[in-house]
Design a binder for this molecule. Structure first.
Ligand SMILES: NC(=O)c1ccc[n+]([C@@H]2O[C@H](COP(=O)([O-])OP(=O)(O)OC[C@H]3O[C@@H](n4cnc5c(N)ncnc54)[C@H](OP(=O)(O)O)[C@@H]3O)[C@@H](O)[C@H]2O)c1
Length: 346
């Protein structure tokens, strides 16, 4: 199903959850999903619009594009020309929210995104992240000292060919720098016009509250998918209470939820997936039980497992905006079809 297809697919969310509980409880491996399905509560029946969503006060398209693996994570770094064409195709299809980070590459993902978005700068929302030391040209340790944030920002602005970042996330909390100091620095950058919105990534509720008290946080970006459900243990509730939008990374669990792997899949040691707990031979064996359930439901409703998984995330809250990563034109088009899938309450 592509993005032009306006057919609405109504899926029985409650039935899916009850079936998933049978298949999933106690079976999923490598993640916090073990506790997931039976206790899950969400907002039932929310229509998933093709249009826009709000992350705090920042308006974005209902689905974003993760640009990390363009610089090589689950695959080798991709040719810039092809990735620029992919980003342009996304814009043509109405996707206007792009996610990158200084550390992806390092720098190469921002270079691709900067080149691609330059002609569209006022029509898109550009998110990037700081918090690692990349001054040596490789990924270094965490560094969120104020002077380092300013240095990182200048590099990101240059590579992204812009004079302001729409959404600037702290990528990982630096234990050596109080988050209030980080939030205060971003607050100054917002006053200076170099940043529009502040975001956090993989932060705990107390950290979110402390940062938000200094500078309003527009979005939290953390891992969340049908397989990785730890966000449901207090983090989404914190976002709801504070009016912070949520951006799930890994929404397809690195492709696992699309059905592209099975229990016999083995990864080369050089492939990032080989280091992930979800993808060990033992974990694949049990995680495939959930993937099969997703496949079954997706087939019944005429959508793909990936679309089902992305639409499920969108259906949890109207302020959730997944950012599936892809380097592949057909996958991009497929993923955008999630915008047309609607879950009903029963
Ligand atoms: N804040 C953080 O700490 C953090 C951490 C990791 C990632 N992120 C961000 O979140 C984004 C998404 O996360 P992610 O890339 O780790 O995981 P993901 O989106 O769950 O999965 C990406 C993987 O799925 C594959 N894929 C995508 N669509 C597919 C489809 N329709 N059919 C089959 N395979 C498909 C991609 O391969 P193809 O290229 O072949 O499509 C890629 O290998 C990243 O790009 C990055 O911007 C943030």
């Amino acid at each position: 199903m592509d993005n032009e297809n306006k057919q609405t697919n109504s899926l029985s969310r409650r039935y899916f959850i009850s079936q998933a509980a049978l298949a999933g409880a106690g079976l999923l491996a490598g993640s916090s999903a073990l506790a997931g399905f039976t206790t899950h509560q969400n907002t039932a029946g929310l229509p998933v619009a093709n249009g826009k969503r709000m992350l705090g006060t920042l308006e974005v398209s209902a689905l974003g594009l993760g640009c990390m693996s363009m610089a090589g994570t689950y695959n080798p770094p991709q040719p810039k020309k092809e990735m620029v064409a992919l980003i342009h195709a996304a814009i043509d299809q109405g996707l206007t929210f792009f996610d990158t980070a200084e550390v992806y590459g390092p720098h190469y993902s921002e270079e691709i995104v900067g080149e691609a978005l330059q002609p569209y700068r006022n029509k898109v929302v550009l998110a990037t992240k700081f918090g690692f030391d990349t001054t040596s040209g490789a990924r270094g340790g965490r560094n969120s000292r104020p002077e380092h944030i300013r240095l990182a920002l200048e590099g990101s602005l240059r590579r992204l060919k812009t004079d302001t970042i729409d959404l600037y996330y702290l990528h990982r909390v630096d234990p050596k720098v109080p988050v209030e100091e980080v939030a205060g620095t971003v607050k100054d950058l917002i006053k200076e016009g170099k940043v529009r919105h502040f975001g956090l990534s993989e932060a705990a509720p107390d950290t979110i509250r402390r940062a938000h008290a200094v500078q309003k946080v527009s979005a939290l970006q953390s891992e969340y998918s049908l397989i990785e459900r730890v966000m449901e243990k207090g983090i989404l509730a914190t976002c709801q209470e504070l009016g912070i939008g949520f951006v799930p990374w890994g929404p397809l669990n690195r492709g696992l939820l699309t059905g592209r792997f099975d229990e016999n899949t083995r990864f080369e040691p050089s492939n990032r997936n080989s280091q992930l707990p979800y993808m060990t031979p033992e974990a694949l064996k049990v995680n495939m039980q959930l993937v099969r359930l997703v496949q079954q439901w997706a087939k019944q409703k005429g959508v793909t497992p990936g679309q089902f998984s992305l639409a499920w995330l969108q259906a949890q809250k109207p302020w959730i905006v997944p950012i599936p990563g892809t380097t592949n034109m057909a996958h991009l088009k497929e993923n955008l079809g999630a915008n047309n899938v609607v879950f009903t309450a029963a």
